[in-house]
Design a protein around this ligand. Structure first.
Ligand code: NDP
Length: 285
């Protein structure tokens, strides 16, 4: 008696979800730390999230990741939110605290960690973010909360972009501006960190790049991409050609996964194992 045959359950709800590699990375991490956890990659169609969240409680799952299209809708099924998730207005991970569901957004924090790993901090800097969707909101808000002096938001849809810039101006100490993006975008000359947080370049559209005047990228800039599949994006290739330091989307993916691991298990994440697992998955050295 005493031996438990029950695994702790976590996972992801999304649609599409089949090509999401997070489970491989989290399972490798659980194994490395000797934890009896299972990560389930679960297809939940739009309209079915309420039932799926009831299942999180019914199955006593430790938590869940949310991806497209559930990151915003999930808010109405949660008991509590972190400050950042409330500001961002989206949740990518939930922790089940004895039946109370707490939502957090680790996308932007994972992004900031991936910058720090490369010796880059955002305090006092000017960030220019391409996009105003979920990833862009998380990154912009976390840059502002981490002390960025300026956050420029460039987005095709002006309403979305203006709303995000307004939120940052109202709720943080950073100075935010909206940059209309209806023609080739000129990167503001005072940009320290340029981030592609659009979905342009995502597999299978690997031959596409954001519509940017790449000659406005300077060697002093750090240029980063959220796209991790394939991580060698044309956007980063163009930036590297202009002498900029480049950071791909794998670091963000690993680091948000590492934060999720720790929030669920209370154990420090084996970041090296997680990084190597993802690299193997993508056939990278
Ligand atoms: P959303 O659908 O919420 O937002 C997409 C954004 O991309 C919008 O701002 C949209 O602009 C913009 N966009 C789409 N097509 C174009 C285009 N042709 N030209 C200019 N802008 C365009 O998606 P998410 O924010 O959730 O995800 C964005 C990307 O981030 C995805 O590829 C996802 O895989 C990646 N991601 C990576 C993570 C990581 O860990 N590395 C974590 C989370 C996401 P508009 O508003 O004008 O339509």
């Amino acid at each position: 008696m005493g031996k438990s045959y029950r695994s702790e359950l976590v996972g992801a709800f999304g649609c599409p979800i089949d090509e999401n590699p997070t489970g491989v990375m989290e399972e490798a991490a659980f194994q490395a730390k000797g934890l009896d956890y299972r990560y389930l990659t679960i297809k939940v169609n739009e309209g079915d999230l309420e039932d799926a969240m009831k299942a999180v409680r019914a199955f006593n799952m430790r938590g869940i990741n949310l991806t497209i299209p559930h990151k915003v809708e999930v808010l109405r099924y949660l008991d509590e939110l972190s400050e950042a998730a409330e500001l961002i207005g989206a949740v990518n991970m939930v922790v089940n605290q004895d039946g109370k569901l707490w939502g957090e957004n680790t996308d932007g924090k994972g992004f900031l960690t991936s910058l720090r790993e490369e010796g880059i901090t955002v305090e006092g800097k000017a960030a220019t973010v391409l996009g105003a969707g979920g990833a862009a909101r998380a990154i912009s808000v976390e840059c502002a909360l981490a002390g960025a002096a300026k956050v420029n938001i460039a987005n095709r849809d002006a309403e979305r972009g203006t709303e995000l810039a307004g939120l940052i101006n109202e709720r943080t100490d950073a100075d935010a501006s909206f940059l209309p993006w209806d023609t080739k975008l000129k990167v503001p000359a005072d940009t320290d960190i340029l981030i592609n947080a659009t979905s342009v370049g995502l597999y299978p559209n690997v031959n596409y790049k954001p519509d940017v005047d790449y000659d406005t990228i300077k060697p002093e800039m750090t240029v980063s991409d959220v796209i991790f599949n394939d991580p060698h994006t044309l956007f980063l290739w163009e930036a590297a050609r202009r002498g900029a330091k480049t950071i791909n989307g794998l670091g963000m993916l690993v680091n948000q996964g590492a934060l999720n691991f720790t929030l669920w298990t209370g154990v420090e994440a084996p970041v090296d194992v997680m990084t190597q697992t993802l690299k193997n998955e993508f056939g990278l050295k």
